[in-house]
Design a protein. Structure first.
Length: 204
């Protein structure tokens, strides 16, 4: 056997065994009214998936993207209409496998502008929340149940082939922050808290 030699650094990509869609988002922080604030989007009511929900800028990682890190600013630029020079990426957060069918690769970034030209049909409007507000307000916790069943044509002779109907699996927690008339919840809330936790460690 040849002498051990570690592999060179490589971009870690999604292993799509769950057939999820790979997405990348940006957690944008701006400095406004004398404090750091988080920028959120409200999805257009015209969208077919989660219309009107609060989210971070982001979307699908395309084949033309070199990495998730390339995709997150690209989509942010498309949705908010900002010049790339205004986006300064701090670094990656922890990626998230979601039961709704997406794997999300988030990145934290500072933006030195709040002058946006929003993408028609994708973003209804944006709003900001002082980062310090989340230190003083705990989220409400909701629980969602998961269940599985074999699809038609599932191969016989395997454990699932004898299953009839839906089988309950696990439940998972959903965080819900209520800020004024906005509900910041689900994947967005989990990514936000992951950002806050990583940031707190880095700033120690």
């Amino acid at each position: 056997m040849n002498a051990f030699k570690p592999w060179p650094d490589r971009v870690v990509r999604q292993n799509t065994c769950m057939n999820t869609r790979a997405c990348a988002v940006l957690v944008p922080i701006i400095y406004k009214d004398g404090q750091e604030q988080v920028v959120f989007e409200v999805r257009s009511s015209k969208l077919g998936w989660q219309p009107g929900d609060v989210c971070f800028p982001g979307g699908r990682i395309d084949d033309g993207d070199d990495s998730a890190l390339a995709a997150a600013p690209r989509v942010t630029i498309d949705e908010l209409g900002v010049d790339p020079s205004h986006i300064l990426v701090w670094g990656p957060l922890d990626y998230m496998e979601s039961p709704v069918g997406v794997t999300v690769w988030p990145f934290a970034a500072y933006m030195d502008t709040d002058r946006f030209v929003l993408s028609q049909g994708e973003v209804d409007h944006t709003f900001t929340v002082p980062l310090a507000w989340f230190d003083e307000h705990d989220p409400e916790i909701g629980r969602i149940e998961l269940a599985t069943r074999p699809a038609p044509g599932f191969p016989k002779g395997l454990a699932l082939s004898s299953q009839k109907g839906w089988k309950p699996r696990r439940t998972y927690n959903v965080k819900i922050y209520t800020y004024e008339n906005y509900k910041i919840w689900g994947i967005t809330a989990h990514i936000l808290d992951n950002f806050r936790g990583i940031r707190a460690i880095i700033q120690q």
